[in-house]
Design a binder for this molecule. Structure first.
Ligand code: GTP
Ligand code: SPV
Ligand code: MN
Length: 633
């Protein structure tokens, strides 16, 4: 089927029973939508001018029908080696989040971005005025769905009906997006039963390729890379995304709603929406501890959330791998939920050694985007070399013939698997508990090749917030940044902040109240290297050794020593027995004085430049104290 041909819905259904103005409803009962949803759909239809609307119910038959269409068109290829698994190759110019085209619009600029020093380009969020944004939107959305179907997707972030959950409706002209939303969120008209007087988050998405298409469609993946815009209107609880079908750009429940919009709701309602995994660790005594951890994109959340511990007697269970919504309950306990329903995980590097639980999660009902394909109908990416026949012929994500050992790579570095969380063999029995799970520790981390020790504990809640504010990491393929430069990524939220970062730090500080059990805050670094560039720490399943130290600290064990940057493990207090290669403790935990003096200066400067008068005083005071203690060393 050519990309200019209209989809054959009407032949399939022949149930043009309802009319929306002159727009047929291909599926679903428009009248059953709550009236505020109807109103918004009509408004959006008038602007986007789709040829039909399709009201989704999230059911299996619906997914089967859409999958069938995408197979016919050639957007999806069946991976016959598994059960109901599909490969999607995107247009090679639509492969990651586009941070440079992601905006937040509020009437008042400083609600969105901090007071940046004159002449400095702010990196903590991009603001556009309502007036300028209107122009951008008006240039793109009118007529943008011509010749395409508009899918109406009702979804819940969090278990349907939980007091911690929120409802959204996404309108999109991409059926690939519909299939992924169905895995990543809870798509069901049942959400409307719980909507009542509450607001819903309005998510409008278009690939920006009305028919007849002007731009040549590559790989049957319509998109409009030159005109991408991802616009957020936090006050109106609204997202408008145009031009990209990929990941966080198009699955609007994820970064747009569950982080950028939700962080604003969380500020207003006194809770937290964070780029964090949630996991539990049960020690050999049977004591269970829940941990939430924030690492920047492609820095190890999925891997940590599902680790297979190498220490005997420990059990890990997964609650979520990317986003945590957390709030203190009336007893002063921090409770967290995973608002998502699936994993959209980095494929390269994932194998049965590094992450067997992820591997077991995507053997069925999964979508693989921009991975390579083996001749026997399987997936392939960098990291799977030891798990397939070395002579297997492979077709790369760019559709080229390839073999292991040949130059270049088979999968895109940001290739991803999309699979239902329920398929992960170590999901926690309470992962959908409407009350959430009790969080005892928060961890920050990043890719830090030099200077930063394997683990440290903050002195206090405030000091932990300071550590979070100074998170840095090597850039990865999750967004458009090129090369491996070390970038600031405070709280692992730089690309996902919904409001002024200084106010966000204030919000974190304000959460500490009498009667609340504040979680302990830690920082970890799996990525420190020696002078030859080799990782000093084996990582993955061995990270349980660090988690063990962390939970012992949560239990009050005296196994830490004070350093200028926080409490470090007493020498020997991390279990090292059974490690394949010996670990150089002194190198893993050294704090080179000059490195840290420079780093502390640089972080101070960063906050002064980027957050200016919005930085809470206590954060600057703690940085000053850190500098002084290094000077005394
Ligand atoms: P997003 O989904 O983008 O938010 O990423 P994430 O934080 O979930 O990252 P993920 O767990 O998918 O890890 C990304 C990459 O980091 C993979 O290529 C992993 O192989 C690598 N990685 C994860 N954990 C470790 C570790 O402990 N040590 C080392 N050396 N690499 C790791
Ligand atoms: C990330 O980049 O942190 C992701 C992938 O989790 S995306 O959904 O594309 O944002
Ligand atoms: Mn993420």
């Amino acid at each position: 089927m050519s990309d200019n041909e209209e989809e054959p819905f009407m032949e399939v259904h022949e149930i043009v029973t309802q009319k929306l103005g002159h727009i047929p409803v291909a599926k679903g009962d428009f009248k059953k939508l709550p009236s505020k949803v109807q109103k918004w759909v009509i408004h959006s239809v008038n602007i986007c001018q789709p040829r039909a609307i399709y009201i989704c119910d999230g059911s299996k038959p619906e997914a089967d029908e859409v999958t069938h269409k995408l197979l016919e068109r050639g957007t999806l290829t069946k991976l016959t080696k598994y059960e109901e698994c599909y490969l999607c190759r995107t247009d090679p110019s639509d492969v990651a989040r586009v941070e440079s085209k992601t905006w937040i619009t509020t009437p008042e600029k400083y609600d969105t971005v901090p007071h940046v020093r004159e002449g400095v380009k702010g990196i903590l969020g991009q603001w556009m005025s309502p007036h300028d944004m209107k122009k951008e939107i008006d240039e793109r959305f009118p007529g943008c769905m011509k010749g395409r179907t508009m899918y109406v997707i009702p979804f819940s972030m969090g278990p349907i009906g939980s007091p911690l959950s929120k409802i959204g409706v996404q309108l999109t002209d991409s059926n690939y997006v519909l299939l992924c939303m169905r895995i990543m969120t809870r798509v069901s008209p049942r959400v409307f039963e719980f909507m009542g007087d509450h607001d819903f988050v309005k998510c409008l998405h278009s690939v920006g390729c009305p028919r007849p298409v002007e731009r040549k469609v590559i790989n049957h993946w319509p998109c409009n890379p030159d005109n991408v815009i991802i616009a957020h209107f936090p006050e109106e609880r609204k997202v408008k995304s145009y031009g990209s079908g990929y990941g966080g750009n198009s699955l609007l429940g994820k970064k747009c709603f569950a982080l950028r919009i939700a962080s604003v709701i969380a500020r207003d309602e006194g809770w937290m929406a964070e780029h964090m995994l949630i996991m539990s660790v049960t020690d050999p005594n049977g004591k269970e501890t829940f941990i939430a951890a924030a690492f920047p994109s492609a820095c190890g959340k999925t891997n940590l959330a599902m680790i297979q511990p190498t220490l005997p007697g420990y059990k890990v269970q997964c609650v979520g791998d990317d986003i945590a919504w957390m709030r203190f309950n009336s007893k002063g306990q921090l409770r967290g939920i995973n608002p998502e329903n699936g994993f959209f995980g980095v494929a390269p590097g994932t194998n049965f050694k590094t992450n067997p639980n992820a591997m077991r999660s995507f053997q069925k009902n999964s979508i693989f985007t921009n991975v390579a394909e083996t001749a026997d109908g399987g997936y392939f990416w960098e990291g799977l070399e030891d798990e397939i026949d070395k002579n297997m012929s492979i077709t790369t994500w760019l559709n080229q013939e390839w073999r292991i050992g040949k130059a270049g790579t088979a999968a895109h570095p940001n290739a991803r698997f999309t699979c239902p969380a329920s398929q992960c063999p170590i999901m926690h029995p309470k992962w959908e508990d409407p009350e959430g799970v009790p969080i005892s520790a928060l961890i920050f981390g990043g890719r830090r090749p030099t200077g930063v020790p394997l683990v440290l504990e903050s002195f206090s809640w405030e000091h932990g917030v300071m550590i979070g504010a100074c998170v840095k990491s090597e850039s990865t393929a999750a967004a458009e940044h090129k090369g491996k430069k070390i970038m600031h990524d405070p709280m692992a939220m730089r690309p996902f902040m919904g409001y002024n970062f200084g106010k966000y730090l204030d919000h974190w500080l304000s959460l500490k109240k009498d009667g609340r059990q504040m979680p302990k805050i830690f920082h970890v670094n799996w990525f420190r290297v020696d002078e030859h560039g080799k990782f000093l720490w084996p990582g993955f399943g061995e990270n349980i050794r660090v988690l063990d130290w962390i939970i012992q600290r949560c239990q009050g064990k005296d196994i830490a020593v004070k350093s200028p940057i926080g409490y470090l493990p007493k020498k020997g207090s991390i279990k090292m027995e059974g490690l394949k290669d010996p670990v150089n403790w002194d190198e893993l935990f050294s704090l080179p004085k000059h490195y840290w003096l420079d780093d502390t200066h640089e972080s101070t400067r960063f906050l002064e430049d980027q957050v200016g008068c919005d930085v809470p005083e206590v954060i600057m005071k703690l940085l000053k104290e850190q500098e002084e203690s290094f000077k005394k060393m």
